[in-house]
Design a binder for this molecule. Sequence first.
Ligand code: UDP
Ligand code: MG
Length: 199
Amino acid sequence: MSMPKVIFVLGAPGAGKGTQCQKIVENFGYMHLSAGDLLREERAKPGSQYGELIESYIQEGKIVPVEITCSLLENAMKKSNRDKFLIDGFPRNQNNLDGWNKAVAKNVKLLFVLFFDCPKEVACVERCLDRGAAGSGRSDDNMQSLEKRFNTYITETQPIIKYYEERGLVRNVDANKAPDDVFDDVKKIFDNINAGGDF
Ligand code: UDP
Ligand code: MG
């Protein structure tokens, strides 16, 4: 059996990772695993051993210890019986990267990192605040948590993107456009995979 294929999806909070992943799922048959959604799901489980820890990390815009996130991701992958995954919002810091490299990397083929490039003020803040106002129900779609999330993104996640860039694995997409226009560019990348161009 061939190894499961993985694409990491990274970008600032509000860059549109989840929105674009949805479209990729509809058009290209990947399974979408959002690390943030898996953590929120775990938090919501009655009696979860990690619920409180996860909530405090999320509100503070901090990155949950990798053992928790990685095991949620691994379980979701195994349970799905699928073989092509978009892993959205992970790995976000050095601890995530180390944990993944130690526990999972050898068992999957990382195709590339899809990076949604979006300026903070123009798009991301506005999008997250709109999402909060529209009732996302997320405890971190408010200005106070957002500042912290951005800070974490700049100091901890950007070095991870750089790490993959140095390995020639980053596919860059301009995310400062309407969702359908962004997807036009995303689509080119995935059409290229299907045509056998990338691998
Ligand atoms: N988070 C985490 N590890 C992950 C993914 C998410 O700790 O691998 C936490 C982190 O606190 C982050 C929050 O979940 O700020 C929300 O992540 P999500 O990807 O849902 O939202 P984004 O900030 O990318 O819009
Ligand atoms: Mg998301």
